[in-house]
Write a new protein. Sequence first.
Length: 281
Amino acid sequence: MKKTLILFAIILFVFKVNGQITYDIKGGSKYKDKTIVFGLKTGINSSSFVYSDSHLNTLPKDFLLRADIGAYLELPISKFLSVSPQVLLSSKGSSTSYIYENEYDVSYTVKSRYISMRLPINIRIPVRALNNNEFNLFFAPCYNYLLGGTIALSQPGLPISDVNINLGSANMRSEDISIFFGGGYRFRINLTHLTLITKVELGYNMSITNNFSDMELNQSSTPTNIHSYNDVRERYNRNLEFNVSIGIPIRLGRSECTDFNHDFPTILDTRRIKKTYKNPL
């Protein structure tokens, strides 16, 4: 909970700093692109566990795809720098299958769900050949809280053949801290009366928190599939993520602002229009 409060304090500080940046309405040299964007994002990730036990890391990792969905704000700090606080419903997990004692086919799959709060810091690199298009590099601290999930175990021929377990604090730590970094491409789609801000991103989410629960580590809860992992060491979430997001500008500025369609005036431009075009009646 303390980590959550710290993350929200950082977000509020960013809002305060962004709010203190002033605009030169006359379009002088001080004017910068200050459009705030609200958007939705979704994506898929390839998820797995990494163990501190070198033997467990040699187990084959089956291909496991999980989904993410959420919302974000993009808050510009300067022309080349912005932050994007976001909240996601993020799915993680791991899947493996192997031969136990050269005889039994064992499969072990964990599917977990988290509410994830992220604060990406974005470096925006304009593409000169394409107007209003940008490359985007980002780095984000993340706080992830476990909502639940399942463990599916199949080991024919052993005393426990098929098991499905609801994932809780006895099986996995409820809080997870991770670092998310990567890059992408940001471009605008101009519609008749609206501009959509679209981003395509590829990133790597690296957990720095051992997700074995305290109950497992102190042996007060014995893992069902004792052959699948050694819970006296460490285990971390790892995700390779592909995300697509679409947003709309929510703070109107001058029509020169690159995050708006140039074919219609914004709130600040209406002052100039009223002075230039007087009602003949």
